[in-house]
Structures are given as C-alpha cells and as structure tokens.
Write a protein that binds this ligand. Structure first.
Ligand code: BGC
Ligand code: BGC
Length: 810
C-alpha cells in the first residue's frame, strides 16, 4: 500500500549522503523509513523551467510569503506578488466572526484577481488560499461540522474518514477555498495538551491508516484524473514533527524524546500521507530537543525532503519562524535556509518580505535555495491546476449554497457520530433507552451545537455560537426529541436540571467548553463542571431515576464523580453538528446500530498525569456494546490533586463560587482576611452574595469607609499566564453599580512581587454589563505575567458599591 523503498542500495546511498552532509551529528543508523519520492511530471518541470527565469527577484520572494486576509488587502497581494493568503481562525470577511458563502467567494475573487493582474510583470502567478477546515469546513455557515479527530480516531474506520475528507473538500469548493490545513497527524502523548482533540489517537497505527485516506479524500488519488479534479482541494499534513510529544503537553513546547521515537511514532502519518501525494506539509511551532522545527534543517530538509522524498512545499505555522532563536516575525532567513518554503506571516508579511529580499541580495539566502522553494510552490500550483481553474467564483460548485449540507453528506456525518461514541459504563444495561418513556434531558451541552462542536468552529475558539448559525445541523436535544416524539414518549428539557421533575430516565449532556490551541492546555485532567452542576445527578440517582451521561470533551478526563453518578456513561468527544447520531445510538433506532467506538487513548485513573502511566482506568481499545455485561463498581473519588493544583481553568469566580485554587481576600490597611463565608467584612469593606442571572450567583462588594481598601482573588502558587497574554486573552467579568453614580474601579493583576499598585481604571455604571480588559495591558504596566498571584484585584473609594460575577479569562 505504501510505496516504501525497500531497495537496500538506495537506502545505503542515502545514509552515506546524510553522513557526508551532517558530519558527526548525524544519526548513525537509519531510524526513518525511506520513501521513494513520487515521480516528477516532466511536463510540469519543463513549465517551471520556463516560468522561473521570467520572475523577478521580488516576485520570487513574494511567492515564499503567505499573509493573512485579516492583515492584507488584494492590492498588497498584487504589489508584493505574494504566493498565498490564508484566513486564520478569526479572519472571516465581514462584521461577523464567521462568514457565509457569498462573502467568502467575493473575497476569494478579489485576492485571486489581484494575483493574476499582469501589470508591471512578465508573468503573474495565481495565489492559493488556505484555511483550517479541520472538522469539516467549519468556517462556513451552513457547512457540516464533523466530529473532531479524537472521535474519528475512536471510530477507527479508514473508509469513512476518506468520505469525510471528500465531503469537506466539496464544501470548501463552494466558498472558493483552494487549500485546507489538514489533516493534523499529531500523536498526542499528554492529554493536558489543548490540541489533543485534533489528534486521532495516541496509537500511531491509527494515524498511519488515516493519513493516506484523508489526503485521497481531499485531493483525489494522485496520478489519476481524479487528482485535484472537481470538488478537490490541496491538503496539508501538520504539524511536522512531534507536535503531540511536548513535555507536559505544553502547546508549542519541546519534545524531549529520542530520534527513534520521532521516527517510529510521530512520523507515522507522514509515511502514508506523503506517498499519497500530500502537496504541502506544515512545520510545527514546537521544538525537538530544544531545536525549533521552523529552523531545523536536519528534520525539514534531510528527513522530510530527502528521506521521506517529499517534493511538495513546506509551509510555516502562524509566525512560527519568529520563534527560531535569532529571528523575529519580520526577519528570519534561518527558516528558509532550514528548508521552509513558504512562511506563514499573517501580519508580519510586509516586514518579512523586505528583510528576506535583502537577505537574498546580501547572500544570506542563496538564490539556489530561493529558487528551490519557488520551484516547489510552482510545482504544487501547476500540479493542482490553479493556473487553469480561473477565478474562484467561476469554478465548479462555487457559490452554490444548495450544495452545502447535502442530505447524503449529513448521513455520513451522522454515521461518524454514531461510530465515534465510546460506551464506558452501562450498568444494568440501561442502554438502549425505550423511546416510549418520559425522558428528562438536562445539561448545557444538550441544546448547544456550539458546545458539541468545540474549537475551530465558526471562529478560532468556537465559543458561544447560537444554533441558528448552524442551519444544516441539529443539536443532541433535537435528535432526542425526534426519536421520542415519534415513538409516543415524552421529552422534558431542563438545561440546569430541575431536580423536582419526575421522569423514567435522565439524559445529561455536559462537558468541556470549546477551546483551541494553547487556550486548551491544562495543568491536570480534572473535569471541573462548568455550565451544569453535575452534583445534581446524585439527586436523580437517589430518587431511583437512571442517569445516562453524554460527556462532551476534547480528551479523556478524570470524571469519576460523574461516572459514579451515572448508570451509563458515554464519551461522545466533540461530535459536531449531527446531534441525531447521538440519539440513534442512545435509543438504538435501527437494530443494526451498536456502540462501535473504542478508546483511541487511555482514560486516566486520576487527575494527575503520571508519565508513562500503564495503569489507566480504561485502556486504549476499551469500549462496551449494548450487550456487554461488565459492571463498573463505584470508582475512587480522590482526584489525586493537591488543593492548590486544582484546575486553573481560566475561571476565577463563577456561579456564585470562587474556583479553586483561587480564593477571595479582603484587605483594609493592615487587616487581611481570606473569605470563606458570606457576608463578611474587613475594616470598612463588606462582601456579600447577590443575584445576577440566578440566585446568589454574584458578589456584592461595598467600600463603606476608607479609600483604597481592596478585594482580590488570589492563589497560593504563582500562575504562568504568559501564553494567555501573548494569545490576546482577556480578563472578563460582569459588574453593576448599586448606587446611582458611576463606580470608578482600579483593576489590577498582581505578580509575586506582590506589588499591586499597577492598576487600570474602569468605570462601572448602571445595571449588569460585561467588562473586558486585555491581559497584555497588565503586561504593559509591568506586571510579570509568568507569576500571577492575583487574577483580579479591585480597589475603590469609599461609597462604591458594586456587584461582580463571572470573573474569567476569555
Ligand atoms: C495553528 C495551525 C493553523 C494555523 C492557521 C496556527 O496557530 O497552529 O494549526 O493551521 O494557525 O490558522
Ligand atoms: C488565528 C488562528 C491562529 C492563532 C495562532 C489566531 O488569531 O485566528 O488562526 O491559529 O491566532 O495563535
């Protein structure tokens, strides 16, 4: 299946070459599988030979740079002759955070037309336009949102994965996109990583068995008519290499693993996707043994291009080159010299263009290396037919919204949802549920397609999109209603779980809220209930009503209390917009349905991550069927966490409670007090509970006497918020003023120098409103974001009386 060169002579020659090139740093034996490069098409190479001499130096430099549509205009593309544009997770056109077909397509035309304008050049090269369609074309309103990769790994069905990729490509061609930054071939090894859900499995075999099939689904079969034919897009295997192996699961971190493990485990998906003709590979933000991939010639050139025979082009990740030692976002010859062929320079493209041009003139980048990068880019553009396809709106499928969310495509997504769910517990064989019964549905995930879809959905983080933004989808609740109403049963929905309601069975849908990239990194695997109070499940159980939990999450988590309080517990991952797939299986609406999903990751025994843990609660491969008679005894409810380690989730105060490890302090002059009950006071500062959305879900803080008293939410240990600050996260809260006059608040964050005098002024007036301050503005005040002790501090003058709720990072 894979065209792996077994020819011993070639292998030996390559080893000899490598040793010559690398001297004594080089690996002694070949740990890597040597792949035979795909045969180059002589016609295409001849065309490149013809084009290259016609390009000016400026044009060549432009080709190796990609900017983001949020930071460049079509005129810029024409002037600088850039090779590509991307639309990052938050760069959709128009005023909304997401866009519709028409807006995308208009934008596609504008950039494309700018790129082919021949004014001032002998030959103009069309751009290619990239986007993250990582679980369906989830940036487009009306598209089908497929389960995230973690669920598709549990499904373990290569035929279906190819179908999913085929449909994703089809939907991309409707909005005029040429290129998706998928598949992610990461092998996540630490579940604390915020991108765990973008990986299929911790088992490289599953990833290898998917790598080629996804590429074929997206691009068509290499070497056949079908390759890049109608409804096809360019694929990008990412993130090369070992993005899933970083220490502590830190996003963009460092993989301290052996070369053997790199080659054997983390390269698995590339061994199948490269022979399948994947046209681009994205370099990883991360490092291997302290070496940033974006500057690593041994891995980008000697391994990827030589040993693995990759002859497409290597694209960078979002300013990833700027992290190479000695580089900044606007200046980095190191990356191109290491083998990167196209920089992803979203907002830094202009400065980077200028410095790169100068480096070529000065000889810091050889013309041979630049020509090789441009040759590779032209090769992809010629092979994929971009030169002939014409303007995006004129292409097959373009603009035809009727082709979005086609019924026969939704059926595939629904099947994927069914096959991805893993049944962890089914005591007394509660499942399948009899649809003629009275079913109480609770939990904040039931009616929310957004929560069921996770990050990279309509926006980068994917949070808070209402169901009307998914015109071709249905929620899990809607799916349940369909089945039960048609069978003569009854559905009662109570999102926050009214425990006085009587029913025959409870279906509770809850779990992690959406996140993407480093914003999903966690200190530990403790599931901290957010939108739904899972303690309520105990009440139903005690009343003798069986509880079925549908757990939505981007990774296995320590959820023993929830598992104990459920008769059945299903890991549903992030199923996306086909909620009906969940009800199909809960009620077994067809006799052929059963739970086919099997864990593609080990499920943890405790919330503390133990390295190389071989004693998971549920082992990889585990998953029950309806008729399994396994009985899960009550599990330990000791999470293994010390108090001060408990989830730093970015939630500080929510639903009337301060979230551990955070605690509330009041300070008045020399007096300081940690607050455990309400009302309390210190000096003239009085704190009590008040109502915001529900009863007593907020704090009331009243400065009755002295000026400068303060309120703070602090933790014992300092917290590192550097990445949150770099990632443009914000401190958000809701507040109101209880008096008629404006409340002037000094808001701060304190680092462990305990200098809390650096504050920003905010005016709170009238009824409840949301207030937002970007973390970087505290950094600008000189606060050390790597050692935050107080996540919020509020000072005010006597007379100020405010309500405060939902203190969080956003
Ligand atoms: C991510 C990539 C993504 C790129 C473009 C980066 O931050 O790491 O996976 O393709 O942004 O949105
Ligand atoms: C972009 C994403 C990108 C991320 C990188 C966001 O602003 O929208 O596409 O992956 O930044 O950190």
């Amino acid at each position: 299946m894979h065209s792996i060169k077994s020819n011993r002579n070639l292998k030996l020659t390559l080893i000899a070459m490598t040793i010559l090139f690398l001297g004594c740093n080089s690996p002694k034996e070949d740990l890597w599988e040597i792949l035979e490069p795909l045969t180059l098409d002589p016609n295409i190479e001849a065309q490149i030979d013809e084009i290259l001499p016609k390009l000016t130096l400026e044009q060549k430099v432009g080709q190796v740079i990609q900017g983001d549509t949020g930071s460049l205009t079509p005129e810029d593309v024409k002037k600088y002759r850039l090779g590509s544009v991307l639309s990052g997770g938050n760069s959709a056109p128009g005023p909304l955070p997401y866009a519709e077909t028409k807006a995308w397509l208009e934008m596609a035309d504008q950039y494309y037309n700018a790129s082919i304008d021949e004014e001032g050049v002998e030959i103009a090269i069309p751009i290619i336009w990239g986007i993250d369609a990582v679980h369906g074309h989830a940036n487009l309103k009306g598209s089908i949102i497929f389960p995230h990769n973690i669920g598709l790994g549990a499904m373990n069905n290569p035929d279906l994965i190819e179908e999913i990729a085929r449909i994703t490509a089809h939907e991309l061609t409707i909005s005029g996109h040429d290129w998706t930054f998928a598949p992610t071939l990461a092998v996540p090894k630490d579940l604390r990583w915020g991108r765990t859900y973008e990986g299929f499995s911790e088992n490289p075999d599953i990833i290898r068995s998917y790598g080629d099939r996804i590429v074929i689904g997206l691009q068509g079969k290499f070497g056949t008519e079908n390759f890049m034919g109608n409804g096809k897009v360019i694929s990008s295997a990412k993130h090369f290499l070992a993005d899933g192996a970083t220490e502590g699961g830190v996003d963009q971190g460092d993989a301290l693993i052996s070369e053997e493990e790199l080659a054997r485990v983390h390269a698995a998906g590339y061994y199948s996707s490269i022979p399948a003709g994947v046209q681009t590979v994205m370099a990883s933000f991360s490092s291997w043994q302290g070496r940033k991939l974006h500057g690593d010639k041994e891995l980008l050139t000697d391994v990827l291009k030589v040993k693995m025979g990759f002859n497409g082009f290597v694209v960078g990740d979002w300013n990833g080159h700027g992290q190479v030692p000695g580089c900044i976002n606007t200046d980095c010859p190191q990356s191109l010299n290491a083998g990167l062929d196209m920089y992803m320079a979203p907002d830094s493209w202009k400065g980077l263009y200028e410095s790169t041009l100068q480096h070529v003139k000065d000889g810091n980048i050889t013309i041979e290396r630049l020509d090789d990068a441009v040759r590779r880019i032209l090769r992809v553009k010629l092979l994929t037919g971009i030169f002939q396809k014409g303007i995006p709106s004129s292409r097959v499928n373009a603009g035809n919204e009727n082709l979005l969310g086609l019924p026969n495509h939704r059926v595939i997504a629904r099947q994927a949802v069914r096959e991805s769910m893993v049944l962890l517990k089914n005591n007394n064989q509660i499942l399948p549920i009899d649809p003629t019964k009275t079913v109480l549905v609770v939990g904040d995930g039931a009616a929310s397609i957004s929560k069921a879809s996770g990050g990279w959905t309509l926006s980068w983080q994917g949070t808070g999109h209402t169901n009307d933004k998914f015109p071709n989808g249905e929620s899990i609740l809607q799916g349940i209603e369909q089945v039960v109403n048609n069978s003569g049963g009854k559905v009662i929905f109570s999102e926050d779980g009214d425990t006085s309601i009587e029913a025959d069975v409870v279906i509770a849908v809850y779990g992690e809220d959406p996140y993407a990239e480093f914003q999903g990194d966690r200190e530990n695997l403790d599931f901290v209930p957010n939108g739904f109070d899972t303690n309520k499940l105990t009440t139903y159980k005690n009343k003798g009503i069986p509880v079925v939990s549908v757990f939505l999450s981007g990774r296995p988590m320590w959820a023993n209390p929830e598992i104990n309080n459920s008769d059945s517990f299903i890991a549903a991952w992030l199923p996306g917009s086909e909620g009906g797939g969940v009800s199909d299986i809960l009620f077994q609406t067809d006799p052929s349905y059963d739970f086919l999903g099997r864990l593609s990751f080990n499920w943890p025994q405790s919330a503390v991550v133990i390295k190389n843990n071989n004693d998971p609660l549920f082992k990889i491969g585990y998953g029950l069927s309806y008729d399994s008679i396994d009985y899960i005894d009550p599990l330990s409810e000791n999470s293994g966490l010390e108090n001060n380690e408990i989830a730093s989730t970015g939630l500080y105060f929510t639903k009337g409670e301060v979230v551990p490890p955070w605690v509330i302090w009041l300070i008045s002059g020399e007096l300081e007090k940690q607050i455990a009950s309400f009302p309390s006071s210190v000096g003239g500062l009085i704190i009590s509970k008040t109502d915001h959305v529900t009863q007593e879900d907020a704090l009331r803080i009243n400065w009755t006497k002295s000026d400068g008293d303060y309120f703070r939410i602090s933790s014992v240990k300092p917290n590192d918020l550097t990445r949150q600050s770099n990632g443009a996260m914000k401190l958000a809260f809701n507040a109101k003023s209880f008096t008629n006059s404006d409340a002037i608040l000094q808001i701060g964050q304190c680092d462990d120098s305990d200098n809390c005098n650096k504050t920003l002024e905010i005016k709170v007036s009238g009824d409840w409103k949301e207030y937002i301050i970007s973390l970087s503005s505290f950094e600008d005040l000189g606060v050390d974001m790597s050692k935050i002790i107080s996540s919020i501090l509020i000072k005010a003058q006597a007379g100020v009386d405010i309500g405060l709720s939902n203190v969080r990072l956003e």
